[in-house]
Design a protein around this ligand. Sequence first.
Ligand SMILES: Nc1nc2c(ncn2[C@@H]2O[C@H](COP(=O)(O)OP(=O)(O)OP(=O)(O)O)[C@@H](O)[C@H]2O)c(=O)[nH]1
Ligand SMILES: [Mg+2]
Length: 199
Amino acid sequence: MKIKKAKFLLSSPNLKQCLEINLPEFALLGRSNVGKSSFINTITNMSKLAKTSNTPGKTRLINLFQIEGEKADFILADLPGYGYAKVSKTEAQAWQKNLEEYLLKRKNLICAIQFTDCRHDIQKNDILMHEWLQFNNIKTINILNKCDYISRNDISRKISEIEKKFQNKTLAFSSKDKFYVDKVLDELFLIINDNPVSA
Ligand SMILES: Nc1nc2c(ncn2[C@@H]2O[C@H](COP(=O)(O)OP(=O)(O)OP(=O)(O)O)[C@@H](O)[C@H]2O)c(=O)[nH]1
Ligand SMILES: [Mg+2]
């Protein structure tokens, strides 16, 4: 699937202030700095659509982007990353509550996309996130990100590792390499087709 257009819709601190939208939505999850916002910019080919930064903790709100695809329209929800040490405990707890509420109650959410960084072993908070998603029956796919850092062999090995551990479809990605975009978009399209959003 090719993308025709993409636009920023809104930012919201919680579910209540997110507009109800009748389009399939994907939630981007992963540690801070793993490349969630960059992913949006790469697949839409719009380098400034989502704000990215070298400093972890850039995304602080639920940011919704509306994507017009050749075969389907959908929403990408860019979310603050977890594991960012510099936020206060109170702030982290408040965000966790908002994130859980969003993931459990967002009516048009059809799938979570959990990102991990190919340079590191899967971290404890990735496992906790995965277990929570599984426990709550939230469909999830995994993205092994920043694959420009490792060899083709290592990519295959790591993909198998994650698929075995998380029992989810897992795709390689890199924001530095357009090569991965088509496969990811085709997978999103399959998920959209399998999970119709009712009005
Ligand atoms: N080499 C490489 N760098 C990447 C890739 N994706 C993102 N980055 C870099 O990683 C840093 C963090 O990227 P972001 O997209 O802001 O990460 P994020 O997951 O949105 O981070 P938070 O908003 O803090 O949760 C930036 O400096 C990006 O340029 C990638 O695929 N390869
Ligand atoms: Mg971000």
